[in-house]
Write a protein that binds this ligand. Sequence first.
Ligand code: HAH
Length: 368
Amino acid sequence: MIKKLLFAGSVFTMLSCSESKQLQSTSSHQAETQAPALKDVYKDHFSIGVAVSPQALKTDEAGLILQHFNSVTAENAMKMGPIHPRENEYNWAGADSIVAFAQRNGLKVRGHTLVWHNQTPSWLFVDKDGNTVSKDILLQRMKDHITAVVSRYKGKIYAWDVVNEAISDKRDEYLRPSKFLEIIGEEYIAKAFQWAHEADPDAQLFYNDYNEINPVKREKMYRLVKSLKDAGVPIHGVGLQAHWAVNEPSRDQLDATLKQFADLGLKMQITELDVSIYPKEHDARERNPEDANTVYTAEREQQQEAIYKMSFEAFRKYKDAISGVTFWNISDRYSWLDNFPVRGRKDYPLLFDKDLKPKKAFWQVVKW
Ligand code: HAH
């Protein structure tokens, strides 16, 4: 007990005053509920991360992060739109504050993301007259962006999602039609890895994508990552987003997915885990009358609990291949799923409720 207090005391000295208070209040809450820390439960297996905003780090959610997580990802702050809003202007404030929080508190940082078809800045694909830029110009812009961002956080960000979601969701199409693909061609992917590696040779570089449990999509992800690896491109791992739901994945589907990527011989991380209380949908859509039913019923809660339990059983089975599991958002106060696939439909996909208390699913994840 004394050891624990001394340890806690030494940790507090590294925190800002408000972070220290937040951690203390969360610790007394922990004592009440006897909740073990997620990061301690899994310390011999993989890191436990969480996607954050700079704002959340100034609230009581910071205490919860320090209690349970040993890795953070910026939910939005490092995406190209937010961090590079104009060609000659970077907006470092949000990303810097997340990295500083992590450094003060001894957390690892995953970088997300360097090249993605979404949340791009409006200037990226056009010249000053609004005409589409040439292949050479877009390659140069990509290189400048990747070099600037990766260099700034060299040695502070241990892993990067270099390319996000480059695979098509259409059955018979390999790569997603995007401006990057249209203007540059397939080589934009390998180039991104090469420039990220040049900027920080020690960073672990990942290809990251969603709907990895679907056999058709999974096969294409596997093909892409394997072809990059075989071509000698500096790629070190595959990120499985794991945006799941009450009705998926099945145990067999998940097992087959983890097995296939484990066999690649690269690192594997679960990068954006959440379990929606609604059946899975992959495309944004208009609201319909049934969407008014956002009650977090006992049945929905139970189905979600079962998916979390089964998922962590699978993660433990493949623990030698998995190096990190990151949740996409902190607590049910806020999730990106509140606005996807339907705007304004509240979801409850995480392990902590709006009061930051561990949910039933949390207990499944820590008890084994
Ligand atoms: C992820 N895409 C992104 O990687 C992440 O950056 C974002 O914050 C949330 C989810 C998942 C996705 C999507 O955005 C659109 C359609 C399908 C899946």
